[in-house]
Design a protein. Sequence first.
Lengths: 70, 298
Amino acid sequence: VAEELDADTIAFAHRGQTALAAAVFRRSAPSVITLLAAGADPADGSPSALETARFFGLTEMAELLVTHGR
Amino acid sequence: MDGEARAFLSALSDGQRAEATRDFGDDRRRWLEYRPAPRPGLSLAAMAGDARKAAHRLLATALTPPAYAQAMAVIALEEVLDRREGWRNGRHSEDYRVVVFGRPGDDRWAWRYEGHHLSVTMTVVDGVVSPAPVFLGANPARVDVAGRPVLRPLAVEEDLARELLLAMRPEVRDRAVVAGRAPYDIRSGPRPSGGRRGPAGVHRGELRPAERELLDRLVGVYLGRIPEAVRPGTGNLRFAWEGPPGPGTRHYYRIQGDDLLIEYDNTTDDGNHAHTVLRRPDGEFGEDLLAAHHAGRL
């Protein structure tokens, strides 16, 4: 996950978005699963990871958030 | 730029030089053709190694290192596309031409490096460089292995615009998205005049600071293609999006300013064929400089 904390992810964070939302935006399934396992909340941030998946129609990401999220 | 152009012409035989040069008044000086099509100039395929290197060095005077890398990737993709098409269309990475209008160092001269998905025209008037249009395209726009891109030369242009759209408040986004369906090509098309396009979308001043920063970064990516000293201004920026927001679908955006037109399209069904262009509605092909030159202001 640390490798994923690149400039883009940090920029996402500055805009109130989470690393999980950034991973969803990048459609990085391994990062999404790892962040969820570490306790990331799909509803955190604005827009949240869930909102990001819905906005871009990323159904596979939305499914990951639902199936791997708490 | 003058020196690299002269070095390029010096590396050619007399016959090649004749093919690579035109009068400044030639009507094909004001020209943008990013599709596979006949075009003026000498082909890379006809050049010996030293001339080809000189051609690339000339191109490098117009493009910053990242943009030069993008341009080289665009050229490489021509071979990838040919394979995807079953080698039927004879596309190849040497099918790019260089043409010089007038004589380098004269008070008016220009050059262009052009082929499929790459067109860079620089016009020099009294030593001042007019750096537009600059077109870069990619087909395929993305080639993956294990879900990660091997080649994706226009990734930043696509992703930053989508980040901007995501970051916008819904009411602002509603004004930015001006059509539900993307056009089939950049709206300015392969025409020698960029012009201005409507609807203009959302004004930079309507954006919150974080959104504004994203727009500025996106504009900076396009302006960052060309050397800092010749970049056009960025007053009165407006952003417009057409098509659905999701990746892997047809989508399009444009950014317009006082003398700036940026367009991006990705208009195949799978969203894997991208075009981008940086144009100057008032200064394309050095028109503003030539007007000033003729008026005695340069």
